[in-house]
Ligand binder design. Sequence first.
Ligand code: ATP
Ligand code: MG
Length: 334
Amino acid sequence: MSEIQKKRMLSGIKPSGCLTLGSYVGAIRNWKDRADEYDCYYFMADLHTITVRQNPADLRRRSLEQLAQYIACGIDPEKNVLFLQSHVHQHAELGWVLNCYAMFGELSRMTQFKDKSAKNADNINGGLFTYPALMAADILLYQADLIPVGEDQRQHVELTRDIARRFNGVYGEVFKIPEPFIPKVGARVMSLANPDAKMSKSEDGDPGRITLMDKPEDIMRIFKRAVTDCETEVRFDWDNKRGISNLMSIYSAATGRTYEQIEAEFAGRGYGDFKKAVGEATVELLRPIREEATRLLADKAYLQKVCAEGAEKASYVAEKTLRKVYKKVGFVAR
Ligand code: ATP
Ligand code: MG
């Protein structure tokens, strides 16, 4: 199949903290092994991070760390386009245009906006509010077919589709309408300390968060303390046994076992045994990633080269869409 005929896939993650087990099983893991079938674009969404105040040195360091972690997760830079969002200026430019096609009412309904405004009450800035318009630009610039994301991003991908349809309705078929791809298992990994809250990479203080760079002994300790319930039965019941169900979902993601198989495996054994098994499976899942990322991080020149080449390829595609959009809305060509 030639490059032209391949469908396109795109996804990005903000370098707003160390990638977590949630980022891996909810997103990155589903990026691997797609390169044969799809033309794949993956980026560090650094423009998005500044909707919440960042320490500049940390942001710079984390952006390259995240690139190393993507590669360590199996995203081969020879087969996928890996880049930093801020290196491809078309994102910000199309983001502005799409701001003018995103409605105040629909932006107000975004759950992430509500959550993040509650958490950052002293900095509810315009960027936090219009974030989904920039995310729509990220996706639509590449005419992507498929967007692999966790459940928490479904609403934003749906808004992207609405914005694209609205724009196409006025100007003709400019944008391809993308489909969200949400994994069946692991779409929502919850904090081990609070199974009602999503495990999030920007929650530094969450004692129930597992990051890709955590050492085995730390992972085991966090699983040992995982919040469960006062029963003893390992059984999947998301509404009433969220802690255990979350652990089952992680175990399933790490071992490929179904919920039924897990229930059978731990029938009559207590939660202690189960937590230990999930901890061990997670350690083995993350071990090769941590080791490879550590190795890659020692070679900054290589990482710089990967993102420079990626930005060049991404810009080429993005520019085609942006030029079309500028023409459609009536900007004079340069
Ligand atoms: P932040 O707190 O900065 O928003 P985050 O952990 O929510 O960080 P994002 O950059 O918003 O991470 O999301 C990156 C990708 O990972 C998205 O596709 C998102 O759906 C997915 N993802 C994030 N957290 C989880 C989770 N706990 N479970 C499953 N998928 C997740
Ligand atoms: Mg998020």
